[in-house]
Every structure is written in structure tokens, then in C-alpha cells.
Ligand binder design. Structure first.
Ligand code: KIV
Ligand code: ZN
Length: 506
């Protein structure tokens, strides 16, 4: 059986970022792109350059700093979009322009209001123009799964002739089924005369919960590229999840004979956590592969089986996706050396100075909390080394609350070495804390979302708060995060994080 390389095209930074509520700034996109590179994806779709100057800038930074994968930008089949994509990709070592136009009757007639021939002409012109800037051009027929199959054959044949090296068959609205999609891909493979000159790609949305099944079915029919996202993020119900696609191909290598991805699966868990953290979109507990429960066995009969022989109820090992089960729990008596060693094992390459800072924080945490888990260490690091420069930093916070007192928060912040102190009353301790922050910083926001989660087990767990705050001056909602064993302090840090990010944009 010959080997088939399945190209993993990650669109977390483009379609994933179109998830309601998931917006990322340039630094955050860059951090994710670097992790995608380590994960081993073949193509990173870094954004939609024409969408905004911010998007263009983010693609350009990714193109400048991430060299292993091909970097792609999306572009409608119009001149301006393609030129914006080309500009964003100027510094990429390996670049791809991904252009698209819709092909289904409802899109062509009601949205584009174009003739079918005009759509083909626009697609061909777009591919030809894109080829002036990049050797590697992908063409997508938006809403392909609700398009006429012979019309698809015609448009794909023409764009391949015009120079497209990848043709993508998106299930834009998550409408197709595994068998139907298999038949469509097989039909295209058999009826496009020049199909041997292009890679067939699939891009599935999850509206009916079949994005992964549809993508894998297409692979069986001959598709060699799968477009997917970390944690299945994406427009509406999301896209096919990268971790599910790659683990299905690996775990069922017996069934998907010869299909291989370049994914280093041991980096999956890290990528999932990073994306969840930076987008503020939590992974559901029972999510396949990366959910908290994915490797947990609750029923006694299952636990008994797993103790006797893991494979009774486990088809994958947590280690396969980078979850370390031999967790070394650190505590008050652990030394700097032990901490340094554990941080290295967790993949952090910190300088001596940074380790010193983390060790100080580690000791403070160990005074409050008996056992320190990996999650706690990650939170410490993320709390200390922020991606956005911190204009204000929290020095102290004192809150009075309870059912017999008016909630009051008194706090001290520092900015450029100067201390600022103020107090505020609120409906509750969190509200009072947020109001005090606004009084000191003179930045007013509207809280759109507040989310809290314990990072580890037990009453002394570190709490992680994420907030989404709308700033009218910027007409923008910004995400903030903070962690602490004290949930009010974590809330203050999260709100201040959002304010600091807003200040950088003002
Ligand atoms: O879902 C879709 O059709 C897309 C295309 C632009 C590829 O995201
Ligand atoms: Zn899509």
C-alpha cells in the first residue's frame, strides 16, 4: 500500500477567528502560528488580508516570522482582495493566495447576482492575477455542496488551466453527509479532465455535527488536503477539528490505509489550550481528543478494566496528544531546580532571569496552595509574561463584601513607577473591583461576558477569570484574562488585562 500524504491546512487564524466571540490581536495570532508550526501543519491560513488593516498586518507578521509552513491569505475573487493578500504575503518564504467565489444557485443568483458564466470568468481572472504574485494558488468554490456538480467540474477545470494548484470543495453551510460528500469528491476526481494537475481539498463546517466525518469520507474518496481548525473553531458551529482529523487518521491507520499527516500529535493538547486561552472560547468537557473528560473513566466497570489493561476502554493514550500522565506535583518544599526541570518538560524555555521571577511567584503560590500542578505553573507563566505590555499593574486590592456590608473595593495600581490609589462601591465585590479599576485608569468599558473556571481540583485551586469588555471609544470588544487563588483578584487582573489592551489601541 503506497503512502498518501494528507496536507493539513489550518484555518484557525482565519475561519476560526470568525467564530462568534473569537477575536485575536496580532501578537496572539503570532503565538498561535508559532505553535501551529511546531504542531507540524502544512499550511497556515493566517487571515483575510482585505478584511482590515489589522488582518493584513497580522498575516504579514506571521509571514515574516513563521517559515516552515506555507502561509496563506484568503481573498475574494476581486482585484483589491488579491492585491491585499499579495501585499500581506510579501515576506513569506512559502506563500499561497487562496481565492474564492460562490457557485451554488442561491449564492450566484441571490447574493452575487451574476450569471454563471460571469462567475467562471471572475474565478479565472482572480486565479490568473493571483499567479502574478504567488506560484501557489488555491481556488475555493464557496457553497460547493449545494452547487451543480457539472458546473463545479467546469469551473474547477478552468481555474486549474488558469494556474490553480489546489481546488477546494467547501461545505460552507455544513449541509452535506459523509456518503454524499464522498460521491461528490469521487465525481469531481473522475470528471475534471485536468484534475491530476491539482490537489483536491475539503473544507467542512459542522452545522449538523458531521464536519469531521465528511472530511474523512472525502479523504477516502481521494481528497489530499483537509482544511480544519484547532478545537473545531470556526464560523457558526465551527469547522472540522484538526485534532480529531489527525487522531482519527493515526488511530485508524488500519482503515485509512496509507494516509499520513505531518502532525506531531504530542503538540495537540498544548495547541488546544493555547487557542482556548487566547480566544476565550472554552473547550467543552466531553469534546473528543482535547476535552477534560476525553481520557477520564467514571464508571466502576470501566475503571476496573483500565486498571487491568488500558486498552480495554482506551483507544488512544493521553500521552499521544501531549498530556503528561506522570504528573510530578510540586509543593512548598520543591526547589528551584525541580521547578526549572518541570518547566522544561512542559515546553517552556525560560531564561535564568525569568525562572527567578517564576520561582518567586511559585513560592508565594505554594504558601497558599499545598500541591502545585502543571496547570498552575502554566497559569503562573501566562500571568507573568503577558503578550501585551502592561500599562498599569495591580499592586494591591482589598475588598469588603458580604450580605451585611456595601461591597467596596480599594486598590492600588502602578504605572511607570507611579502609584495610583482609589476605591469604589459596587453591586457586588466584582462590580466594585471593576469600578475601582475604571476610576483609576479613566478607561470605561461595558462587561459583555464574565467566565470563571477552576484550573485544578480542590478548594484551593487557582481560578481563571476571562472577561470580554466593550470599549465604546474603540468600538471594540476586548478579551482579558487573569488567574489567582483569590477569584476577586483574578477578576481584577482579567479586567485590568482588557483595559491594558484597550490602552495600547487608544
Ligand atoms: O466555508 C467556506 O466556504 C469558506 C471558504 C472561503 C473557503 O470558508
Ligand atoms: Zn469556512
Amino acid at each position: 500500500m503506497s503512502e498518501r500524504k494528507i496536507i493539513i491546512f489550518d484555518t484557525t487564524l482565519r475561519d476560526g477567528e470568525q467564530s462568534p466571540g473569537a477575536s485575536l490581536n496580532t501578537e496572539e495570532k503570532l503565538v498561535i502560528a508559532k505553535q501551529l508550526e511546531v504542531l507540524g501543519v502544512d499550511v497556515i491560513e493566517a487571515g483575510f488580508a482585505a478584511a482590515s488593516p489589522g488582518d493584513l498586518d497580522a498575516i504579514s507578521k506571521v509571514a515574516q516570522e513563521v517559515k516552515k509552513p506555507v502561509i496563506a491569505s484568503l481573498a475574494r475573487a476581486v482585484k483589491g482582495d488579491i492585491e491585499a493578500a499579495a501585499k500581506a504575503l510579501e515576506n513569506a518564504e512559502r506563500k499561497r493566495i487562496h481565492t474564492f467565489i460562490a457557485t451554488s444557485p442561491i449564492h450566484v443568483e441571490k447574493k452575487l447576482k451574476m450569471s454563471y458564466d460571469a462567475v467562471i470568468d471572475a474565478a479565472v481572472d482572480a486565479v490568473k492575477l493571483a499567479r502574478n504574485y504567488a506560484e501557489d494558488v488555491e481556488f475555493s468554490a464557496e457553497d460547493a455542496t449545494r452547487s451543480d456538480w457539472d458546473y463545479l467540474c467546469k469551473i474547477f477545470e478552468k481555474v486549474i488551466d488558469a494556474g490553480a494548484s489546489t481546488i477546494n470543495v467547501p461545505d460552507t453551510v455544513g449541509y452535506t453527509t459523509p456518503q454524499e460528500y464522498y460521491d461528490l469528491i469521487a465525481y469531481l476526481m473522475n470528471n475534471i479532465p485536468n484534475i491530476d494537475k491539482a490537489v483536491v481539498s475539503v473544507h467542512c463546517h459542522n452545522d449538523l455535527g458531521m464536519a469531521v466525518a465528511n472530511s474523512l469520507s472525502a479523504v477516502l474518496a481521494g481528497a489530499n488536503q483537509v482544511e480544519c481548525t484547532i478545537n473545531g473553531l470556526g464560523e457558526r458551529a465551527g469547522n472540522a477539528a484538526l485534532e480529531e482529523i489527525s487522531m482519527a487518521l493515526k488511530t485508524r491507520a488500519d482503515f485509512y490505509k496509507g494516509c499520513k499527516t505531518g502532525i506531531n500529535t504530542q503538540e495537540i493538547y498544548r495547541a488546544s489550550r493555547l487557542v482556548s486561552k487566547l480566544t476565550g472560547i472554552r473547550v467543552q468537557r466531553n469534546k473528543a481528543i482535547v476535552g477534560k473528560n476525553a481520557f477520564a473513566h467514571e464508571a466502576g466497570i470501566h475503571q476496573d478494566g483500565v486498571i487491568k489493561e488500558k486498552r480495554t476502554y482506551e483507544i488512544m493514550k493521553p500521552e499521544d496528544i501531549g498530556i503528561d500522565t506522570n504528573k510530578l506535583v510540586l509543593g512548598k518544599h520543591s526547589g528551584k531546580h525541580g521547578l526549572e526541570e518541570r518547566l522544561r518538560e512542559l515546553g517552556y524555555n525560560l531564561s535564568k532571569e525569568q525562572i527567578g521571577v517564576i520561582f518567586e511567584e511559585f513560592k508565594k503560590l505554594a504558601d497558599k496552595k499545598k500541591e502545585i500542578y502543571d496547570e498552575d505553573l502554566r497559569a503562573l507563566i501566562e500571568d507573568q509574561f503577558k503578550l501585551t505590555p502592561q500599562v498599569y499593574e495591580l499592586v494591591s486590592l482589598q475588598v469588603v463584601a458580604g450580605n451585611a456590608a456595601s461591597p467596596t473595593a480599594t486598590m492600588k495600581l502602578v504605572k511607570n513607577g507611579e502609584e495610583f490609589e482609589d476605591a469604589a462601591l459596587g453591586d457586588g465585590p466584582v462590580d466594585a473591583t471593576f469600578k475601582a479599576l475604571e476610576r483609576i485608569t479613566y478607561v470605561k468599558g461595558k462587561l459583555m461576558n464574565y467566565d470563571i473556571q477552576a484550573l485544578t481540583e480542590g478548594k484551593d485551586a487557582v481560578g481563571e477569570v476571562s472577561v470580554k469588555v466593550y470599549f465604546a471609544d474603540l468600538d471594540k470588544a476586548i478579551l482579558g484574562r487573569g488567574t489567582s487563588t483569590d477569584v476577586i483578584e483574578a477578576s481584577a487582573k482579567a479586567y485590568l488585562d482588557a483595559i491594558n489592551k484597550a490602552l495600547m489601541l487608544m
